[in-house]
Write a new protein. Sequence first.
Length: 211
Amino acid sequence: MGKNIKLFLVIVFIIVFNMYATVNLLDTSTLIYNFYSEQLARAQVEKLITSQEKWSWLGYVFIPLLILIRTSLVALCLSIGQFIYNVENTYKFKQFFRIALIGEFVLILVGFFKLAYFYFIKTDYTLEDLQRYYPLSYINFLDIKTLEPWLLYPLQTINLFGVAYFFVLVYGLWKLLKNEYIKSFEMIMASYGGGLLIWLGLVMFLTLNMS
């Protein structure tokens, strides 16, 4: 089994474990019931929760697909950066994919920090708190209720985990290309940074059109 496949399976396992722990330790069914009880009749809320529990397995099934898409897009950005900067040696997509997979271990920590925060620190929380909170993010210093919906996701991306992920990509590219560190920094800034801006613009556009 290739290194990339092993890394991918480990990442999926950890995320599935974190998702399962979050659902059970934070009792999301009760949060959903409390959130919708003011808007819907009791029978409707119970039907909603039952339906969600019935199809909850789909969330776990889609995790591998979502991880594959995210890491592939990042690897694609790095591949494009290779051509933009006219790198002497041509590196394979799987090498950039491995760098993206290693970066995923930084993003995995987000879920565990979030679980620990609501389980040990902020024990009185709502469904909205759980959905909108992002650990070590700039958005936590703002009043979310006063923000436009299309600004929530972009502001969430301004966080220390995102910064750490960026530098893991830089380090991975530097080790692969064996070039100057500042050159790898520039390549990640142009390739991954450019891709991230396009993605944020797309999410903001879709949010504006659906609100």
